[in-house]
Write a protein that binds this ligand. Structure first.
Ligand code: PBE
Length: 269
């Protein structure tokens, strides 16, 4: 096997994102479970910092290993690949699900129904993300443009609901590019139906806690069954699961195509 050894060049480090992210926890498990990664570490910072490190490594054709996920704009911008994960530490295909607080259906049936009917595709979410990352649109603008251009899809989300007059809805999310896109889209849709929507960015743990405690009304950012499995287990009895808003999501370790390695197992041959 002629797989090059990149371990020194990447300083035995996987470039992670927010410490509370599920993909970071999975990467830490990978470091424990793959013998060839013993002594490696997962750095934590933010999704934005990871994207910057990826960009500068890519420009210089240097090796880098990041905690990655799909849907994400980085796959349109760069030639990247997921490393094979023979031990299945990162799990398989996932859904992004919508979770709301108990009692929301009774208190705000129209908001509940819209959140319940919210459902779109990977390519839809990527359109919003790309307008932000590549065209410099603000999340609000990109969300509005997408909603305005996709009236047919959005109509199915508001079907059977009535407009309201300024009812307050609070949604929580994490500053992950995918969740910035989805949360701004559903915010704009709710606003068009007359809701007064506040979106609040938190860390992953607090995002789950605030819906479970009823402090927030809901979120559209639950990656299951794997990525947020621990959070779901902890809180499932105190929140309501409204099902998938997107299918075909995935997490894993991601590297540029120019790296001559295909499997986590071969990272340090
Ligand atoms: N992510 C994006 C999150 C879920 C959504 C993959 C960075 C996480 O790892 O928790």
């Amino acid at each position: 096997d002629n797989t090059p050894d990149y371990s020194e060049e990447v300083n035995y480090t996987i470039t992670g994102i927010e410490a509370g992210a599920g993909v970071v926890a999975a990467a830490e498990s990978a470091v424990e479970e793959y013998e060839n990664l013993s002594g490696w570490e997962v750095s934590t910072s933010s999704s934005g910092a990871m994207a910057q490190e990826l960009s500068s490594a890519y420009e210089n054709e240097e090796p880098i290993i990041v905690t990655g996920w799909t849907p994400h704009w980085k796959f349109a911008k760069y030639d990247l690949k997921y490393l094979e994960d023979p031990n299945e530490v990162f799990g398989g295909e996932e859904e992004i699900k919508t979770m709301v607080r108990e009692g929301l259906e009774k208190d705000m049936p129209n908001a509940y129904k819209i959140l319940d009917q919210f459902q779109w595709e990977t390519s839809d979410m990527e359109e919003v993300m790309l307008e932000i990352s590549e065209e410099g649109a603000s999340p609000e603008e990109a969300a509005q443009n997408w909603v305005d251009n996709n009236a047919d899809k959005v109509e199915a989300w508001t079907e059977g609901t009535e407009e309201v007059d300024g009812e307050k809805v609070t949604l929580v999310y994490v500053n992950w590019d995918s969740e910035i896109a989805s949360t701004n889209v559903i915010k704009y849709v709710l606003e068009q139906q007359g809701f007064d929507v506040t979106i609040t960015a938190l860390d992953n743990g607090p995002m789950w806690e605030s819906v479970a405690s009823g402090e927030a009304d809901g979120m559209v950012a639950a990656w299951l069954p794997g990525t947020h499995g621990a959070q779901y287990e902890r809180h499932q009895d105190s929140l309501e699961d409204l099902g998938a808003n997107l299918t075909g999501a995935k997490i894993g370790l991601v590297v540029p195509e120019y790296m001559e390695v295909d499997s986590i197992e071969d990272l340090q041959p």
